[in-house]
Design a protein around this ligand. Structure first.
Ligand code: 5AD
Ligand code: SF4
Length: 463
């Protein structure tokens, strides 16, 4: 290992999978002497971990690359050290060598399947530009080193764990099947080993990640294929794991075992992100979603029958090609019927290479925006109503960071709402029962119910 540490700055865009990947890239580079830094200004290596899902996200990368190149020039002019610039993530995968052409100054382009090769790729990049967007045969996960205990502790008591990557659904608007490739699941043994290590390092909550996580079909220790429900049940048995979540799911892959897990596993949080995208059967058909609005509503009924205390979340797209006012009304209708606790909504963004980008009747930008505003107003009303319904209730909060003010600690409710509490002696990593007293714009505020009931496996006392 090098005696003077080199500094690494990873900027992640997009989804939680990129947050996880950023951590694994840092883990892969730790044996090379890289330590993480919070800003590009003092970094020796900058990795932009990019997102390709919508045009806006993808375009951001190029302006950021321009800034990085300026930083390097400035630094050289001031007699400073070199700066290596790398592009990772889905834009790297989708645009590969194009990035080198469009953004001079990039040293390395690395796709998500090659992060375990980062040390070698960086060595090669010293003598010339390198692009690696392969889908290698070797097992990336097996080759990636694990995080040290200190690193895991620094990342907090709620951790991500990727169990599956890629997607075979081919929704007509989506680039994921092209950027992340076909659906691949990790083995149960490998996932359990990673979860055990996280728990051993003090992690209390694990969110299982996958582009299509409930399509998980990993090899079980019994040689049979396990689904996500069984995997959750297995991970729930690991000592120290107090909470489990999973994201992102497809309605077609909510099988009976997974629904039963919502009924049976106290560790599985009563929160589900289940994207529906649209409430119009015609649009759902054109999106190639493989389900109707009625299928979705029926499914929600079944999940709510298994776990009545469930906060629902979803993704929506407004202005998909051919969407009429009537189609949009059907989406509003579905939202009214379901009642969502928190959601993500986007106006349709045509992505090159996807079937929807070539469809006739692209909806004008202004209409896409107007519909998005109307939808978001309704969704915000529902979010506020859900938050208001929590006032007066008692719920367990996992505290994962200091609050904004001295003496304040912040955490997450079972429903993923941020909760702020003013109390002494609550540690990061504690799960404490909190009475919700009020409802702010973005957080709930509460007080601990019974200080003695607190679990004591904190990661770090709050000063
Ligand atoms: N335009 C707008 N939103 C999109 N999403 C995926 N592709 C597009 C696109 N081309 C949204 C979907 C998906 C979420 C991650 O991003 O709602 O569920
Ligand atoms: Fe994209 Fe999700 Fe559809 Fe897969 S299921 S194609 S990731 S929107």
């Amino acid at each position: 290992m090098n005696s003077t540490p080199k500094k690494l700055f990873v900027r992640s865009y997009g989804c939680q999978m990129n947050v996880y990947d950023a951590q694994r890239m840092a883990d892969a580079l730790a044996p090379e002497g890289y330590v993480e830094t919070a800003s590009a200004d003092d970094a020796d290596l900058v990795i932009l971990n990019t997102c390709h899902i919508r045009e806006k996200a993808a375009e951001k990368v190029y302006s950021e690359l321009g800034r990085m190149r300026e930083l390097r020039t400035e630094r050289k002019a001031n007699g400073g050290g070199d700066l290596t610039i790398a592009v990772a993530g889905c834009v790297a995968q989708a645009e590969g060598a194009e990035i080198m052409k469009r953004a001079r100054g990039v040293d390395l382009v690395v796709g998500p399947q090659s992060y375990h090769r980062l040390p070698d790729l960086l060595a090669k990049a010293k003598t010339g530009k390198v692009v690696d967007t392969d889908f290698p045969v070797e097992d990336k996960f097996a080759a990636l080193p694990a995080a040290s205990r200190e690193k895991t502790l620094a990342r907090g008591p709620a951790a991500f764990l990727t169990v599956q990557e890629g997607c075979d659904k081919f929704c007509t608007f989506c680039v994921v099947p092209y950027t992340r490739g076909a659906e691949v699941s990790r083995s149960v043994a490998q996932i359990v080993a990673e979860a055990e290590r996280l728990a051993d390092h003090g992690v209390r909550e694990i969110s299982l990640l996958g582009q299509n996580v409930n399509a998980f079909h990993g090899e079980g220790p019994d040689g049979k294929v396990w689904g996500l429900g069984r995997l959750l049940e297995r991970i729930a048995k690991i000592p120290g794991v107090a909470r489990l979540r999973y994201t992102t799911s497809h309605p077609r892959d909510m099988d009976d075992e997974l629904i039963a897990a919502h009924r049976d596993l106290k560790e599985l949080m009563p929160y589900l992100h289940l994207p529906v995208q649209s409430g119009s059967d015609r649009i759902l058909g054109m999106m190639n979603r493989g389900h109707t609005a009625a299928d979705y509503l029926k499914l929600i009924d079944r999940i709510r029958a298994a776990q009545p205390d469930l906060a629902l979340s979803s993704d929506f797209i407004t202005g998909f090609p051919g969407e009429t006012d009537e189609d949009f009304e059907a989406t509003m209708d579905l939202v009214r019927k379901v009642g969502f606790a928190s959601t993500f909504s986007f106006k349709y963004s045509a992505r090159p290479g996807t079937p929807a980008a070539d469809m006739d009747a692209q909806v004008p930008e202004q209409v896409r925006s107007m519909r998005l505003y109307a939808l978001q107003a309704l969704l915000e009303e529902q979010r506020q109503a859900f938050n208001a319904s929590c006032v007066g209730r008692e719920m367990d909060v996992l505290f994962d960071r200091k609050g904004r003010h001295d003496g304040q600690v912040a955490g997450r409710s079972p429903y993923l709402q941020p909760v702020q509490v003013e109390a002494d002696g609550i540690g990061i990593g504690d799960v404490v029962t909190v009475r919700i007293l009020s409802n702010g714009t973005n957080s709930l505020f509460g007080e601990p119910v019974d200080t003695a009931a607190r679990t004591n496996s904190r990661m770090e006392a709050v000063a």
